[in-house]
Design a protein around this ligand. Structure first.
Ligand SMILES: [Zn+2]
Ligand SMILES: [Zn+2]
Length: 215
């Protein structure tokens, strides 16, 4: 039932062809109304009677080489028309349904990754969180959250791994640096400025390299 309704709504009443989703431009057309929608349904059938007649009319009445395509607003269900200067105009903005499906899949994957990360966080599985953070192919938002979680857990063991890794994304690197500082604070530790080993903040001499530390 739902499918039938959808088909009926997204078919052009002039030619019966299925309407294409057309992503609206960021700028407004001359009417200045704005679309108030990320996409509109547009009939892109070049043989559509509405489209063909509009060319004839525009030429006969105004002497202009232009026409109108049938358009349907997805929210209000109001139909209208959209001016085009040639047959190929706007076609670049037709929303590809394959891309849409891919985006949906991406969204699903990201959701799963976040769920997994939350599970690791609850069980304080530092190694698994580190793996997610290090995964260069992982989602940026998930990796940022992983760094945050590591800071919250405060396990010193994570510092070594994070400090030894160069992160290509500047934002992630920043988040990692913040997490490292947070872990140090929790453990009253710091990185020795000479040998980079983890030492107590109160230490006067580094237990690793033996250098004197001035406060
Ligand atoms: Zn049509
Ligand atoms: Zn040292």
């Amino acid at each position: 039932m739902e499918k039938v309704m959808e088909d009926k709504q997204t078919a052009c009443p002039h030619c019966g062809q299925r309407l294409n989703k057309w992503s609206t431009p960021t700028f407004n057309f001359a009417d200045g109304l704005g679309w108030c929608s990320p996409f509109l349904y547009v009939c892109f059938n070049d043989e559509c009677s509405f489209f063909k007649n509009s060319w004839k009319q525009m030429y006969e009445i105004y002497g202009q080489e232009m026409g109108y395509r049938y358009m349907l607003h997805p929210d209000s269900g109001e139909s209208s028309s959209i001016p085009v200067g040639n047959k190929h105009a706007m076609k670049g903005d037709i929303v590809d349904e394959i891309i849409e499906a891919q985006e949906k899949e991406e969204l699903e994957k990201r959701k799963k990754a976040f769920q997994l990360l939350t599970d690791y966080f609850i069980s304080k599985d530092v190694d698994s969180i580190l793996n997610m953070l290090m995964d260069e192919n992982g989602f940026g938002s998930v990796r940022l959250k992983a760094a945050e979680h590591l800071g919250e857990i405060g396990d010193l063991h994570a510092v070594e791994q994070m400090a030894n890794c160069k992160f290509t994304h500047e934002v992630i690197q920043k988040k990692v640096d913040e997490a490292i500082q947070k872990i140090h604070k929790k453990n009253f530790t710091m990185e020795c400025p000479y040998c980079a080993e983890i030492i107590k903040i109160r230490a006067k001499v580094c237990k690793h390299c033996g250098k004197e530390l001035t406060a």
